[in-house]
Design a protein. Structure first.
Lengths: 623, 163
């Protein structure tokens, strides 16, 4: 096949135990590349936007992209589905080695549909594909599932993506974990997988991945090495992992603290990258072909969890389970990090629902008796660990919190909605939008809800850098203006292309310019893709995703942030006094809609749909 | 002079850039299963890159029924592609699993250190892979040991002013 594609898609119908191989539609590939682009397109065609996410009609689409499996760092996979957490388009991506392995087995993607009558796992060994009984592994943790499957199949080098108990119990933000501790975390892919009674997907692949212009790829790789070596932010990620970010966000007081009551956590240094390196770190770990290797492996030093090996901790968990809950103890964060991995759930949402519950407790909305007798005071380590377990098991108050903060708040009532820190049902990561105002826009308009990484805005707001959107001088983090809107528009397109290729948003975001990214795509696929054409592909995908969400009921009213960010000033630190001006926000939203060609209600216009070549696909009447 | 790849296990992140670089240079495709160096993950968090060790008594050579393998003057294993029938006896004999069967050429392949400029070492982002001779590694280790001894006995104190 060559040209970066294997040319085959595997369709697995769990209801009927039927496995079929389909040819990849190369016309679609040219328009949507692969990964999140191609899979969103297939979801749009096959899963109606009003589908019940936990119903038989929902599907799980695991996709690689043309660059996955080549030497360009670093190959990932994306899983696309309708999200049980947000009820709109959901996707999540993960690295490690599973995605490339799927491609080496000969497939660009998998479409999983239906519901299995009994627990099963999927075994893909190049051309040999079968569903096997998961009777003996149902109920086990993600790491146990991986090791038992490798043992059963008799090969320690098999790559496994699995759900844990949280996925089985339909925790709405359950994740999929592969390669020990890499996560497709956000939006609840694990719950959809659990609902389908699919415990895991094991892969072994021995085929070649070929590219269109081999010599060019080798040449580009030299260039990538050269830029990587001179890029300081890449260096700090290597040195300190994603925990390096703690220093950046704390410096500008945009390190969400106690459920976004503040952006400055006085004890932030206890949660920093250098502290991690000095205390718990035992190993640095790199995903497939990665030069940065931001992955951390730690070990718990004392207490009841002494000796526990932790795949992490990552910055987002450090924020959500640490400062977000008023907790300065890195060891507690690390224990929780491993627990969420073992249960198979998203640590970002999990930390945010816990801090949501803690704030409700502080405000008297939740009482001790509502929380199984737990003391939900800020920073209570034992409570945080206990809540992670209760959520993973859907036990007691955990059953309520397992619904995510938006649904949990609706159920609690009594004004709890104010404290659910989310957009479109997806909780925010570790970036305070009052102190990083570009993030306000990224959170508000993101196609999967309040996600931090649908663009690289966080790099611009932190004053580090993204070569995907080079700027002459650093942007002011406290300003929301036209410059930020332009950045949002450019970055959402480019990052969407990165996730359709499928590459890493850290590596590509830090090291690749748009021109370099376009050269990579051209060399791999053999299509002439320059930077403007690449932006066009990103725009097409982003617009189609929006159409899906519009059909699911999303409009301007949903492109917003919780009341708190417009009314409560940040109390301390560099961002003291910062708040988002609602009028400015509305104006910038108008500007954003204009720039992307959506009407004032946030619906893509007929002209835009036509211009992007989407008119055959799109079924809704657009304005 | 016999050379081999000295691996620093502390530095290896398990990223497998070495595997990709090996297959890229030898086969002009991307497929880690064809790499002559392979990174093994040993649970829970150890990564061990393994390639040909250039054994002094190489079992691959002695097990070859066709006498297709021989050790050259640098210690590397040379494969006579005319003689090799792809039977994989050497493959079974190798205690390191460092031999690959080439299904296009129907012969086996073994690491040849890229004739002294190993691509895997060049690709390694952390410098975990290093081309070395036994003498170089022995020398380095001897110097390290000697330095430790000197500092333990506090001999340098007088010369270096307590540094």
């Amino acid at each position: 096949m060559g040209r970066g594609y294997m040319g085959k898609i595997l369709r697995i119908n769990l209801t009927e135990d039927r496995i079929t191989i389909e040819n990849l539609d190369m016309r679609l590939a040219k328009k949507f590349l692969g990964g999140v682009g191609l899979a969103s397109c297939i979801l749009y065609k096959e899963v109606p936007p009003k589908t019940n996410p936990l119903g038989e009609e929902n599907k799980l689409l695991f996709f690689t992209g043309p660059v996955t499996g080549t030497r360009i760092p670093t190959g990932r996979y994306v899983v696309v589905f309708k999200s049980p957490l947000t009820s709109i388009l959901g996707w999540s991506s993960s690295a490690g080695h599973w995605g490339p392995e799927l491609k080496f087995a000969g497939y660009d993607g998998l479409i999983v549909e239906g519901i299995s009558p009994r627990p099963v796992y999927l075994w893909i060994d190049d051309d040999f594909v079968e569903l096997r009984s998961a009777k003996n592994i149902w109920g086990t943790s993600t790491s146990e599932t991986q090791s038992r499957i490798r043992k059963e199949l008799g090969d320690e080098e098999i790559r496994v993506a699995a759900i844990g108990r949280a996925g089985e119990k339909l925790v709405r933000f359950a994740s999929i974990i592969n390669d020990e501790g890499r996560a497709a975390g956000r939006c609840g892919a694990g719950a959809v997988m659990g609902h389908k009674r699919l415990k895991a997907i094991a892969v072994r692949g021995t085929r070649d991945v070929e590219v269109a212009d081999f010599d060019r790829v080798v040449q580009l790789m030299d260039e990538i090495y050269r830029i990587w070596k001179s890029e300081p932010f890449a260096r700090s990620l290597t040195l300190y992992g994603t925990a390096a970010v703690t220093s950046f966000t704390s410096g500008i007081a945009a390190f969400p603290t106690r459920n976004f009551q503040s952006g400055f956590f006085p004890e932030w240094e206890k949660l920093s990258g250098p502290t991690l390196s000095k205390t718990l770190l035992v190993k640095k770990s790199g995903c497939f072909g990665c030069l940065i290797a931001c992955g951390r492996i730690s070990r718990i030093k004392s207490g009841p969890y002494k000796g526990m090996v932790v795949w992490g901790p990552e910055y987002e968990h450090i924020n959500t389970l640490g400062a977000g809950c008023g907790n300065p103890d890195l060891q507690t964060v690390s224990i929780c990090h491993q627990l969420v991995n073992e249960y198979g759930m998203d640590g970002i949402t999990c930390g945010r629902v816990i801090s949501f519950a803690m704030e409700c407790y502080e405000k008297g909305i939740l009482k001790r008796e509502d929380a199984d007798g737990l003391d939900l005071s800020w920073g209570n380590s034992e409570t945080i660990i206990e809540l992670v377990k209760k959520i993973g098991e859907r036990e007691g108050i955990g059953d309520l919190l397992a619904e995510g903060s938006r649904i949990a708040a609706q159920r609690i009532g009594r004004g709890a909605e104010k404290y659910a820190m989310q957009t479109k049902g997806l909780e925010y990561a570790g970036y305070e939008p009052r102190g990083m105002k570009g993030m306000a826009l990224t959170y508000a308009v993101g196609n999967r809800g309040g996600c931090h990484i649908t663009t690289g805005m966080l790099y611009l707001d932190m004053g580090t850098m993204t070569w995907m959107y080079p700027v002459d001088s650093p942007l002011d983090p406290q300003v929301l203006d036209l410059e930020k809107v332009k950045a949002e528009v450019a970055l959402e397109r480019r990052y969407t292309v990165v996730e359709s290729s499928v590459l890493c948003k850290f590596f590509a975001g830090i090291v690749f310019t748009p021109e370099l990214m376009a050269s990579i795509l051209s060399a791999v696929t053999g299509w002439e893709i320059d930077a403007p054409e690449m932006d066009r592909i990103g725009e097409r995908i982003w617009t189609l995703q929006r159409m899906y969400n519009v059909e699911a009921g999303i409009s301007r009213k949903d492109d917003t942030l919780p009341e708190r960010f417009f009314t409560e000033k940040l109390p301390n630190g560099f961002s003291q006094g910062q708040v988002i001006d609602r009028k400015t926000f509305d104006e910038m939203l108008d500007e954003y809609y204009r720039m992307v060609g959506w009407d004032e209600n946030g619906v893509p216009t007929k002209e835009k749909v036509k211009e992007l070549g989407l008119e055959e696909l799109v079924r809704t009447r657009v304005t | 002079m016999r050379q081999y790849l000295k691996i620093d296990l502390d530095k290896c992140t398990g990223c497998r850039a070495c595997e990709l670089a090996c297959v890229e240079s030898k086969k002009k495709v991307y497929n880690p299963k064809k790499s002559l160096i392979r990174v093994v993950l040993v649970s829970p968090y150890f990564y061990v890159p393994i390639n040909c060790q250039f054994c002094e008594k190489p079992p691959c050579v002695t097990s070859c029924p066709e006498r297709a393998l021989e050790v050259d003057e640098t210690g590397r294993i040379r494969i006579d592609k005319e003689k090799c029938i792809g039977c994989t006896w050497c493959f079974n004999a190798c205690p390191f699993g460092a031999i690959v069967l080439d299904r296009e050429e129907n012969t086996v392949r073994i690491c040849d250190l890229c004739d002294g400029e190993p691509e895997c070492a060049k690709a390694c982002p952390t410098g975990a892979i290093e081309l070395a001779t036994l003498e170089q590694v022995g020398g380095k280790n001897r110097i390290l040991a000697a330095q430790k001894l000197i500092s333990a006995q506090n001999l340098a104190g007088e010369i270096l002013g307590g540094g």
